[in-house]
Design a protein around this ligand. Structure first.
Ligand code: DX5
Length: 220
């Protein structure tokens, strides 16, 4: 697997000063920024639309990824690409035609990603490896920040690592939810290479740059 990428979730940020928050994350040395898009249907929470992301784009020196925790994501994909997201992650559980949805994301010029919830088997993505650039194994049940890491997802990450290595496709494995300086070790050992952190990074005592550096050094 590649060098670990540290990618914050913006969910814990002060939404009254998002431009400054994005700039601070870039100054802290993050590799990308993840926007948690929730529609209040797929998950019991409602967050932000593409116009907010577009407004923040000029303040960022790193790429944006959109984690679409929404039903019928096909209807929204182009909006988030036009808003400046270079990676679009849809949930396998929300897609009737996942293979087509992922191919469409790439046709629109972005990199494609598919997320699977803690209960969803890795076999769900086995037949779309040729269409995807990133697989996100959720390590919490999506909808909120600040939840506890689910360690039983680690064997799924290991299975994904084997599946991807055997496929030969350059697919990133991302984990998201409850990632801290402690839990990142197990997730990394299992084979993940992109780590999303929200509440732990925002509450770290020595600030965001130290948090990023700590996560990066703990990802074996
Ligand atoms: C949950 C989101 C996660 C969450 C991560 O639905 O997808 O990105 O914000 O936050 P922490 O790191 O606090 O679990």
């Amino acid at each position: 697997s590649q060098q670990p990428l540290i990618v914050p979730s913006v969910l814990p940020a002060d939404f009254a000063r998002l431009g400054d928050e994005v700039r601070e994350l870039c100054e802290a040395g993050v590799d990308r920024i993840q926007w948690d898009v929730m529609d209040g249907v797929f998950v019991p929470n409602l967050t932000l639309g593409p116009d907010i992301i577009a407004a923040c784009k000029p303040h960022s020196s790193v790429g944006f990824e959109a984690h679409l925790m929404v039903v019928e994501p096909d209807k929204l994909v182009k909006r988030y690409i036009d808003a400046g997201c270079e990676v679009i992650i849809v949930h396998a559980e929300a897609c009737t035609h996942l293979h087509r949805t992922l191919a469409n994301i790439r046709d629109l010029g972005a990199r494609s990603g598919v997320a699977i919830n803690p209960h969803t088997p890795v076999e769900t993505v086995e037949h779309v490896l040729s269409e995807t650039d990133l697989i996100l194994a959720m390590t919490v049940n999506p909808g909120f920040g600040g939840q506890a890491y689910i360690p039983s997802v680690e064997p799924k990450v290991a299975r994904l690592r084997t599946m991807i290595d055997e496929s030969g496709f350059p697919i990133e494995i991302e984990v998201d939810g409850g990632i801290t300086d402690a839990t990142i070790k197990g997730a990394s050992s299992a084979g993940a290479d992109v780590f999303i952190s929200g509440s732990w990074m925002y509450s770290y005592k020595d600030g965001k740059k130290a948090a990023v550096d700590t996560l990066r050094s703990n990802a074996v």
